[in-house]
Design a protein around this ligand. Structure first.
Ligand SMILES: Cc1cc2nc3c(=O)[nH]c(=O)nc-3n(C[C@H](O)[C@H](O)[C@H](O)COP(=O)(O)OP(=O)(O)OC[C@H]3O[C@@H](n4cnc5c(N)ncnc54)[C@H](O)[C@@H]3O)c2cc1C
Ligand code: FES
Length: 278
């Protein structure tokens, strides 16, 4: 059992949990994730390690409420326990001195780029972070990303805060200004990562994306998380989750993510009904 040491509502529908998990904290590297199961009847879901505090033996996850399990986790509070917390999983991000690195985070992906941006900065890179949100109320961790970046650009789709538009507009602007970019690292909704990949490809800018397919075990045993990269089948949980974004079959990933939509809705409705929420 893993104790919740701290819970913080970062934005509507986005919760931070600091979990007591000393072994995961000790071994975690940027880009890795955990598989979480809330209770005996729960499913296993993958969540990125957004931060660690080795002195406290804690791991921070940032979770967006999108369906039954993530909403149920949203009802958990400080002092509550999570049944399973398996990790660190996946290959760590490739950290090196590339030169100028542009980190692109969309929505909850902003929390997921933090440890990678921090490591890139520590490795001597010039780090530009582009943080994309739908609207002002959803903005979080701007200050935290500033601490590990040389420049931060916040975008909102509706222009209510920062630059108006998508993360790709901010990235296009940097390219148009002739800024030297050695690597782009994108984490966020699949549509955003696909758009970033399509934008950088003609310029030949190396682009890495952290893929988020359906996962079950997270240890390479089943292939639920398979993706096609450069025409080859890869298991994101062990071969990734980060891959060369220009080689990913984005349409296949998008399609596979929708396979259980009907059952996801049924399960969420049942959970809400049991709690008198509908
Ligand atoms: C490596 C990795 C890291 C991730 N990191 C984060 C994170 O840090 N924060 C965060 O909020 N989300 C993260 N996700 C996505 C998160 O796992 C899903 O949002 C969650 O599983 C949805 O569960 P649900 O029951 O609440 O929603 P559901 O209603 O069951 O599903 C909503 C959508 O989430 C996706 N999904 C459902 N089940 C899974 C599953 N078992 N594995 C992957 N995707 C699923 C599907 O696209 C689905 O349509 C990550 C996914 C992966 C693969
Ligand atoms: S989730 Fe089963 S192999 Fe990756």
């Amino acid at each position: 059992m893993y104790k919740i040491l701290r819970k913080e509502r970062l934005a509507p529908g986005i919760n931070l949990f600091e979990i007591e998990a000393p072994r995961v904290a000790k071994h975690a590297k940027p880009g890795q994730f955990v598989i979480v199961r809330l209770h005996e009847k729960g499913e296993r879901i993958p969540l990125t390690i957004a931060d660690v505090d080795i002195s406290k033996g804690s791991v921070t996850i940032v979770v967006q409420e999108v369906g039954k399990t993530t909403h149920e986790l949203g009802t958990y509070n400080e002092g509550d326990y999570i049944l399973d917390f398996l990790g660190p999983l996946g290959k760590p991000s490739h950290i090196d001195k590339f030169g100028t690195v542009v980190m692109v985070g969309g929505g909850v992906g902003v929390a997921e780029i933090y440890p990678v941006a921090k490591a890139m900065k520590e490795a001597g890179n010039y780090v530009i972070s582009i943080l994309g949100f739908r609207t002002r109320d959803l903005v979080f961790w701007e200050e935290k990303l500033r601490e590990v970046s040389d420049e931060v650009i916040v975008t909102t789709n509706d222009g209510s805060y920062g630059m108006k538009g998508f993360t790709t507009h901010a990235l296009q602007k940097l390219i148009d200004e002739g800024r030297k970019i050695d690597l782009v690292h994108a984490v966020g909704p699949v549509v955003m990562m696909k758009a970033v990949a399509e934008l950088t490809k003609p310029y030949g800018i190396k682009t890495v994306a952290s893929l988020n397919p359906i996962m079950v075990d997270g240890t390479g045993m089943c292939g639920a998380c398979r993706v096609t990269v450069g025409g080859e089948i890869k298991f994101a949980c062990v071969d990734g989750p980060e891959f060369d974004a220009h080689l990913v079959d984005w349409d296949e990933l998008m399609k596979r993510l929708t396979y259980y939509r009907d059952l996801e809705l049924i399960s969420f409705e049942k959970w809400k009904r049991e709690r008198g929420m509908i």
